[in-house]
Design a protein around this ligand. Structure first.
Ligand SMILES: Nc1ncnc2c1ncn2[C@@H]1O[C@H](COP(=O)(O)OP(=O)(O)O)[C@@H](O)[C@H]1O
Ligand SMILES: Cc1cn([C@H]2C[C@H](O)[C@@H](COP(=O)(O)OP(=O)(O)O)O2)c(=O)[nH]c1=O
Length: 214
């Protein structure tokens, strides 16, 4: 049975970069890794609806925090069997965003903290009701909101497929989201967490040896 490792953080924190770095270090150690990123925009109809709602389609859907959260959650529910299959055949399954993204972004949009109703509702929906596979570790890649948005802005100019949506360009929202993430990590929400400073270069090898391989 492989280890399920989740990477969480703001848009532009460096999650995709970290996922690649960890995968390379695992391969160099002769370990196998499977990766996935949520939302699965091109693979799941719920995630496709999320993308469309973020572009203003589907009436008032995009302005419903709970409505959007249900779609993000259904995308993960649809992936659960293949995650379990990957865990059976790989040493590590690495996820770029998972349930805590829904908790952090929704609570931030509603101006709630990690101890608020929204985060409890996400737990009831995705963990208790959907029974999603439990991570062995959640990694919070922490960077100040201004640094993350600066990187995301730069990436938007240089990579045509990474345009920011309206929430990702909302810096006060990103700041609140960073606070909820910090609270989730601090309280060990659902599983153990490790907080990694993403403002400077991350030592992928040390992270793999100390935390990813357990
Ligand atoms: N530790 C780092 N220091 C400086 N720039 C970084 C770092 N990690 C990632 N970047 C750059 O920041 C941008 C966003 O990184 P990315 O991994 O795509 O973030 P995310 O997946 O969290 O949105 C990319 O252009 C990437 O090259
Ligand atoms: C996976 C997930 C993402 N989100 C939010 C975080 C981001 O603002 C947005 C898009 O996710 P993101 O991973 O940033 O996708 P991309 O940059 O490739 O468009 O969705 C949730 O609110 N709940 C979730 O469950």
């Amino acid at each position: 049975m492989g280890r399920l490792i989740v990477i969480e953080g703001l848009d532009g924190a460096g999650k995709r970069t970290l996922s690649r770095g960890i995968t390379e270090e695992l391969t160099a150690r002769g370990r196998t890794a499977a990766t996935a990123a949520f939302p699965r925009y091109t693979e799941d109809v719920h995630a496709e609806l999320v993308a469309e709602a973020l572009r203003g389609q589907h009436g008032d859907l995009g302005s419903s925090v709970h409505g959007m959260a249900v779609l993000y959650a259904l995308d993960r529910r649809g992936a659960a069997d293949s995650l379990r299959a990957d865990l059976d055949t790989h040493d590590v399954v690495l996820l770029d965003r998972y349930v805590a993204s829904n908790a952090a972004y929704g609570a931030a949009r509603l101006h709630q903290g990690a101890d608020g109703d929204f985060v409890s509702w996400i737990r009831d929906l995705e963990i208790t009701r959907f029974g999603l596979p439990e991570p062995d570790l959640q990694i919070l890649l922490r960077v100040p909101a201004e640094v993350a948005s600066g990187r995301a802005e730069h990436r938007e100019r240089t990579e045509s497929d990474r345009r920011r949506d309206r929430f990702e360009s909302d810096t006060p929202l990103q700041q609140r989201c960073a606070e909820v993430y910090a609270e989730l990590a601090e309280s060990g929400w659902w599983t153990p967490w490790v907080v990694v400073d993403g403002a400077t270069d991350v030592d992928f090898g040390a992270l793999v040896d100390e935390h990813v391989l357990g």
